[in-house]
Design a protein around this ligand. Structure first.
Ligand SMILES: Nc1nc2c(ncn2[C@@H]2O[C@H](COP(=O)(O)OP(=O)(O)OP(=O)(O)O)[C@@H](O)[C@H]2O)c(=O)[nH]1
Ligand SMILES: [Mg+2]
Length: 680
């Protein structure tokens, strides 16, 4: 059965680690009748956390998809990992979801990832609901969490489902729309009247809900202002309009493991979440037209091979569709369509526009690609952050090199924030990830599944060389070997170029001291000389070189001879022009709780960091910006975590090259010479 597009709800469940996202998906599937019995995450049998690395750690590492029918709607739920290392999967889920459910622990309130994710949602304008989970935990306090949300995050927070009691005394929730109390026992919710002791609080909350519902519709607002109340039906339609327009953030209290508040959350999703056809954004879904789809994630299944997770963007997709990967025009053969329930694939006859599904064994399509009949079409790609933690990897045994290469390219295919790059300059394979956890999980899979042992190391830094003064040099290349000799003479002047520019070549030869045909040879020689380095073998940059004079021989001159002469002249000139090393400096952004500010700042100053500023992301959570040499950040992913009890995270981007002098420069030069001598 394929649902019509207007009945589809795509929801990404996001939130700080351990706030119950996976449990919420599990319980929703139980309530939707897709799963017979609730399997707690810790038992290792949940639908969502099925990978061995997830079971071993008790956390989600990959986004998992589940689906259920809820009162005539098809609800697709994407359970994302909470750890900042796996933000790539969160970005992918949010890209295809029309609603985000943000889980917050009722005992802990807003945490650092909550605040960071919130900024992302604000920037994208994604409608969202907050699920205040774990109401049964010790220290759970709904009104504290409400105050925390209002204090720390932007949004018009409107409770829609509120708790009765908390902690040990948590006995159920009140759905403020229907006014019914729902108590849970043994995983079953049963409805009844609101208990007397909760009546006053409920009345107050209900007034807030009515106001929030009125926000979405001018006519309702007018009626509300006149009559100070709205009917249940008006509250429903107003709330749906307010959520779709993103002018309220409904808050639902509950406990996923106890099945409290989950059905009410699903009711709210069905009622008020935008359907794919209603979503605002760059590329709206259209039910009409030829079928097309966007690949938002790729995973590798041990039985079915490559799984391409898609969102149907237009038309109705059936297994006989003729589709190409529009990036390269390659034809893709589709024989079956699937939907996912955790690890299980189920084939379906068709997918409606807006629905999420899976295609297997596509040859060319990768994450971020568009599949369509028309090869001109391309949907906006995922907006992924840059990986920040880099190491070099090398197979312990030479015979495993091919296996290692294959594993790394597959890992990169599965996870676009896992990047593999061969650095020709340093002759290293560099793997970059969002953090130490993501890296160690990949290396563990490499060891366990591919049976390859690797050595990892910190990457070598791509230093550069430049000059700080001007100089002139002339160089004569002369060789007599048998028949033809080699002859060229070149005279150059060099001076530093302004910020960031690599190289400029000026030819000032007048009167034909060097024939025009040899000039490209001179430029080539200069460029080669720069690439090879002078001080310590690192590429030279930031030089303007002017060819002022030269000499040629009628028989023995050649382009090659001029290239060699130019190289010699460049080397001599650079040596005189006060050369210095340049080191890469990064723009670093750290997100940390206020209590760690002092530690983070003093650590950064120990790393030769220059603080550029700090500002609150939300109350209590700071964004600190600094310029820090890359060489000081090689272990930052590990050090920052241990400094902040695992709470802080950071982003990194190359900023510019800056001079490195003194003892540190001498050490770099010495190391480079030693490496050269060792033949590396
Ligand atoms: N008491 C109580 N425990 C809960 C509830 N929901 C989840 N838990 C527990 O909290 C822990 C974390 O739950 P998960 O569902 O794995 O949380 P998550 O948000 O998916 O975590 P990550 O995937 O690591 O981000 C597990 O031990 C759950 O059993 C709840 O409502 N009440
Ligand atoms: Mg999880």
């Amino acid at each position: 059965m394929s649902t019509s597009s207007s009945d589809i709800r795509n929801v990404a469940i996001i939130g700080h680690g351990g706030t119950g996202k996976t449990s919420l998906l599990e319980q929703a599937l139980v309530q939707g009748g897709e799963v017979a019995k609730f399997a707690p995450v810790d038992g290792g049998k949940s639908v969502s956390d099925h990978a061995s690395e997830e079971i071993a750690r008790g956390i989600s590492v990959h986004t998992a998809m589940g689906h259920l029918q809820w009162k005539g709607s098809k609800v697709n739920l994407l359970d994302t990992p909470g750890s900042a290392d796996f933000i790539g999967d969160v970005v992918a889920a949010l890209h295809v979801a029309e609603l985000a459910v943000v889980t917050v622990g009722a005992d802990v309130g807003v945490q650092i990832e909550t605040a960071k994710l919130w900024r992302r949602l604000q920037a994208a304008g994604t409608p969202r609901v907050v699920f205040v989970n774990q109401m049964d935990k010790e220290h759970a306090d709904f009104s504290n969490v409400m105050a925390d949300l209002r204090d720390k995050l932007a949004g018009n927070f409107v409770p829609v489902v509120v708790p009765i009691g908390a902690g040990d005394g948590f006995s159920g929730v009140v759905d403020l729309i229907s006014g019914k109390a729902l108590s849970h026992t043994g995983g079953k919710e049963s409805s009844g009247a609101v208990p007397d002791e909760a009546a006053d609080a409920v009345e107050e909350y209900r007034q807030g809900l009515i106001e929030g519902a009125a926000e979405g519709d001018d006519a309702l607002m007018e009626k509300y202002l006149e009559e100070e109340t709205l009917s249940e039906e008006e509250v429903r339609s107003g709330l749906a309009a307010s959520l779709k327009e993103n002018v309220v953030v409904p808050v639902v209290a509950g406990a996923a493991t106890l099945n409290a508040g989950v059905a009410s959350l699903l009711d709210l999703i069905r009622l008020a979440a935008p359907s794919p056809l209603e979503a605002a954004g760059e590329s709206p879904v259209s039910a009409d037209g030829e079928p097309s789809a966007f690949v938002f994630k790729t995973s590798l299944d041990q039985y079915s091979g490559k799984l391409s997770w898609i969102k149907v963007m237009s038309g109705r997709l059936t297994p006989d569709a003729d589709l190409v990967t529009t990036r390269d025009g390659k034809k893709e053969r589709i024989t079956k369509l699937f939907v996912l329930q955790g690890a299980d694939l189920k084939d379906v006859p068709a997918l409606a526009a807006g629905d999420l599904g899976v295609l297997t064994k596509l040859t060319s399509a990768a994450t971020g690609d568009t599949l369509a009949q028309d090869s001109e079409l391309s949907y906006p790609p995922l907006d992924l952050p840059q990986p920040v933690h880099a190491v070099t990897v090398a197979a312990e045994s030479k015979k495993d090199e091919d296996k290692l290469g294959q594993f790394l390219s597959r890992a990169a295919e599965e996870d676009p924030t896992f990047r593999v790059r061969y650095n020709g300059e340093t002759r290293e394979t560099v793997v970059s990830t969002m953090g130490e956890l993501q890296l160690s999980i990949a290396l563990e899979r490499l060891k366990n599944n591919a049976k390859v042992e690797v050595a990892t190391n910190v990457p070598r830094i791509a230093y550069r060389e430049t000059i700080t003064g001007s100089a002139a040099a002339e160089y004569q290349h002369k060789k007599q070997t048998g028949g033809h000799g080699q002859y060229a003479k070149v005279e150059i002047k060099i001076k530093p170029l302004a910020n960031g520019q690599e190289f400029e070549f000026v030819n000032q030869i007048v009167g034909g001291a060097i024939s025009r045909g040899y000039i490209p040879g001179v430029e080539k020689g200069l460029r080669e000389g720069m690439a090879g380095g002078v001080l310590a073998g690192f590429p030279v940059m930031g030089i303007e070189a002017t060819l002022v004079d030269g000499k040629e021989h009628s028989v023995d001159s050649s382009e090659l001879a001029f290239a060699l002469a130019a190289r010699g002249a460049l080397r001599d000139a650079v040596e005189q022009a006060k050369p210095v090393l340049l080191e890469p400096v990064c723009d670093l952004t750290v997100y940390a709780e206020e209590q760690y500010l002092g530690d983070v700042l003093s650590d950064l100053s120990g790393r030769r960091g220059r603080i550029q500023g700090q500002e609150p992301v939300s109350a209590g959570i700071l964004e600190i910006k600094a310029l820090v040499p890359q060489a000081e950040l090689l272990r930052y992913a590990i050090d920052l975590k241990s400094m902040t009890s695992g709470t802080a995270s950071f982003e990194l981007e190359f900023a510019h090259y800056a001079p490195l002098t003194g003892r540190l420069a001498e050490e770099v030069i010495k190391r480079s010479q030693a490496a050269e001598a060792a033949g590396r």
